[in-house]
Design a protein around this ligand. Structure first.
Ligand code: RP5
Length: 163
């Protein structure tokens, strides 16, 4: 079987509540993925081994979520040529503003595609990763189109008191 094209990495078990939304979105699109806890500061050797070996291992896109002083996405991007999409996890102290600024403000030369804070960012990171893979995968492109179509159809024309 082919290696999963997408890696979802996160700094802590506590990030999974957010990052599982990326995993669920990929599941809905029929895209194989692998989720791992890789902390930039608690497990730096694990981060090095993962990021250095990610392309050779068979990954094509990395989704990286972290909170607080969130250096995981940037450090991973520094050590791999693969596209890295960063998800700022909502932190307790600063509601994820710290995570967002830590991830988005990469100096020129090493890009991290940064998404919104929290669940929206996790879902959109998965959709963006899917769009990248769909460039060379017509069947996936069709599934992505269908996903969007279903989303459009789920929006009522008028508001309801029930909702
Ligand atoms: C970061 O610190 C993680 O990405 C997480 O968002 C945050 C808090 O981690 P825990 O203290 O919950 O493990 O490394």
């Amino acid at each position: 079987m082919a290696h999963p094209p997408i890696a979802i990495i996160m700094g802590s078990q506590s990030d999974w509540a957010t990052m599982r939304h990326a995993a669920e979105t990929l599941d809905a699109l029929g895209i194989a993925h692998e989720a791992r806890i890789v902390s930039a500061h608690r497990t730096p050797d694990r981060l090095y081994a993962f990021a250095k070996g990610a392309r050779a291992e068979g990954f094509q896109v990395i989704i990286a979520g972290a909170g607080g002083a969130a250096h995981l996405p940037g450090m991973a991007a520094a050590m791999t040529p693969l596209p890295v999409f960063g998800v700022p996890v909502e932190s307790k102290a600063l509601s994820g503003q710290d995570s967002l600024l830590s991830i988005v403000q990469m100096p020129a030369g090493i890009p991290v595609g940064t998404l919104a804070i929290g669940r929206a960012g996790a879902v959109n990171a998965a959709l963006l990763a899917a769009a990248v893979l769909a460039l060379h995968d017509p069947a996936l492109a069709e599934r992505l189109d269908a996903w969007r179509q279903r989303q459009s159809e789920s929006v009522a024309e008028r508001p309801s008191n029930e909702g």
